[in-house]
Design a protein around this ligand. Structure first.
Ligand SMILES: NCc1ccc(-c2ccccc2)nc1
Length: 238
């Protein structure tokens, strides 16, 4: 999987990807991340990337030319790639979309805006506009990192041999169950007895109940298409 990121702040991306699972995946060659500074695709000596908005209003808008030049530069190798613009107006990014990106795209271009946004005409050159949530950030870079991180974790081999419980639960459409580790008693706060029982069937049932309880409490919108067993457990919780 290859990610190509277009941004005016390459260091934001370069710093983050060195660490943790992403860093390991890069070292293993499971993923490649190339970062391009949009200023390198300008044609003026000041490397200008923004200008005043037509129609007036506050702030500046990023000009189309650097984006266009960068996209044409990438497309010169004629390899297939999915071009994704990060924006608050995009389609909501979910674990399922992360799975879809991982399965369908060999290469993704993540296009990061700044300022008040980017010239609308850039969208003529992208495949998808994606939002990681209903809030405005200072730019698309954090959203790009969210997408890279969540997609890379799904690549077979990136996490060692198995997905984590978190991915598992989100893939099933629930929130995660609680996790505990040593010490067994921290200032009187004890680990639930069931987790010390060694009874794996009981532990699995407890975890499912907790995951459903958490989901019911914090994300009832995720509780759809439940299996009869999960529905039975949920009814006990209500
Ligand atoms: N969905 C999160 C998100 C993504 C991008 C931006 C953004 C902010 C400023 C300029 C260009 C993009 N904001 C929020």
């Amino acid at each position: 999987m290859k990610f190509e990121v277009l941004t005016i702040f390459p260091e934001i991306i370069e710093c983050y990807i060195k660490h943790g699972v992403l860093g390991k995946a890069l070292n293993k060659g499971i993923v490649e991340v190339k970062v391009y500074n949009l200023r390198d695709f300008t044609s003026d000596k000041h490397k200008k990337v923004d200008d005043y908005p037509y129609g007036g209003g506050a702030g500046m808008v990023m000009q189309i030319e650097p984006f266009y030049n960068a996209i044409m530069h990438l497309k010169a190798d004629e390899k297939p790639r999915k071009l994704v613009l990060l924006s608050p107006q995009g389609r909501k990014f979910t674990q399922k979309l992360a799975q879809k990106f991982m399965e369908e795209s060999k290469a993704m271009v993540l296009i990061c805006g700044r300022y008040e946004g980017i010239d609308e005409r850039v969208k003529a050159f992208v495949d998808e506009e994606v939002s990681i949530g209903d809030y405005v950030l200072s730019g698309g870079e954090l959203a790009a990192l969210v997408i890279i991180d969540s997609v890379v974790r799904l690549i077979p081999g990136a996490l060692g041999d198995e997905l984590s419980a978190v991915e598992d639960s989100f893939m099933k459409g629930f929130l995660d169950y609680p996790h505990y580790t040593r010490p067994e008693d921290f200032k009187g706060m004890k680990v639930p007895e069931v987790l010390l029982s060694g009874d794996h069937k009981k532990i699995a049932l407890w975890r499912k109940r907790q995951a459903l309880k958490n989901t019911l409490k914090n994300r009832p919108d995720l509780l759809k298409n439940l299996s009869p067993e999960d529905m039975r457990i949920l009814k006990e919780l209500c």
